[in-house]
Design a protein around this ligand. Sequence first.
Ligand code: SF4
Ligand code: FE
Length: 485
Amino acid sequence: MKMVLKSPEEYLESIKRPVNLYMFGEKIKDFWNHPVISPSINSVKKIYELAQIDEYKDLLTATSHLTGETINRFTHIHQSVDDLIKKVKMQRLMGQKTACCFQRCVGFDTANALYSVTYEMDKEYGTNYHERFKKYWIEVQNQDLTVDGAMTDTKGDRSKRPNKQTDPDAFLHIVDENDDGIIVRGAKIHQTGFLNSHRAIIMPTLSLRPGEEEYAVSFGVDTNEKGITLIYGRQSCDTRKMEKGKLDIGNYKYGGQEIFVIFEDVFIPNDRIFMKREIKFSGELVNRFAGFHRQSYGGCKVGVGDVLIGATSLISEYNGVEKASHIQDKLVEMVHLNETLYSCGIACSSLGFQREAGNYEMDMLLANVCKQNVTRFPYEIGRLAEDIAGGIICTLPSEADFNSEVVGSLLKKYLSTCNEVSVEDRYKVLRFIENLTMGVASVSYRTESMHGAGSPQAQRIMIRRQANFESKKKLIKEILDIKVF
Ligand code: SF4
Ligand code: FE
């Protein structure tokens, strides 16, 4: 069996390409050297690194059903319930190793949704999207590419449908077409890891209706394709990464990445188009992708939670309060919440089922319950971390003061706690907790938990649809001998 895994170094070399990128109002060249960006590259690189290590191969690699080769699991199309469970376990592991968003799941989830949707479209319309998609995805597997998935449009006036907007580009759409392909215009925002991905698959953002056909489009595109402009998303305290020193950053090794992506008349050749005007299937693609990504959050956020619980437990030791019963109880509460999220991720995977296309999909109701809990529990886990760490996480002087020849020794004297605890280690852990609860990493752990993979209301709509209230009413009627009409 041939291995097609890229080494971490090969991954890094492969993304060193010219892109039309802006940050802080300036065009950025050689983005891989930029201090604000490089931690996010480290996160994706870590996936390539762990896939090479025997201990992690069971989770991080899989056998492709398309080629029979050993591939990175982030490019796998799930072939069993076991694959669905391993996906969540792998995401927890990656969250534990990076303590942030490692970005590679979006395209993974898109591919698993498109695999069955393209099959069903072909069945209905006699198109050949499924074979086309498989060919495209074999290239991804064979080259071990990182692929982003892009769904969220800018949406303009939220009270209006896409075809009723003052600016028709508020939702990405087809603006022209010829025998060789289509031309698209619009923007996709909140694009996790777009810059660190080789390719992206674009999807519609909502279920479309007659008259909105030009918006029902899905396609693959290289992330540096002509006509694409990238604007780097700001994150709280991001310029700390540009300062001298690293301790004030908190998690100075790894980070997430969000990009504002603009498509100005980008040409998409026919062999990369996976949906073109099939409005009937747009909603299905949105729901299946969202379902897979809501399952993902039952892994990735749990892994990050593990690191935050570790940091909180450690700081309680460094502060000399680890034996206090209320501290222990709060740590137990953090674990309880975190493991509840994991239980949801594992449960929706365990109840997975096979689609007609042959691939496996998670249980839709439980995936939405999973993500709904993710919109709440990390906030509570973060609140408990702040409670235990103390107010010093937001009053601590800078690393420059800590190392100053004038005031450094004074700070070290007054920041000392237990005899055996290094002042610098305590400083690091406090900064890490600050970073995860209110700094750069709070993007990955808090706001992304709220809005990533859909805002809370989106899950409530799906929960209502899946709940089957009629069958529940029937249960009570049977017990109370109420005639069922
Ligand atoms: Fe993956 Fe989680 Fe980041 Fe989404 S938020 S890309 S699931 S790590
Ligand atoms: Fe996300």
